[in-house]
Design a protein around this ligand. Structure first.
Ligand SMILES: [Zn+2]
Length: 40
């Protein structure tokens, strides 16, 4: 994976079949959650 999510300490988890990445914003340190739309 060569994704720059712009976040620190990203954690990947799955919820109801959807993959989320949760971390802290590199700039402001705020909590960020990104939904990965990974179609197969
Ligand atoms: Zn930010």
């Amino acid at each position: 994976m060569e994704m720059d999510l712009g976040m620190v300490n990203p954690i990947e988890y799955e919820l109801d079949g959807i993959i989320y990445v949760e971390g802290n914003c590199k700039k402001c340190g705020e909590k960020v959650v990104t939904e990965l739309d990974d179609e197969e």
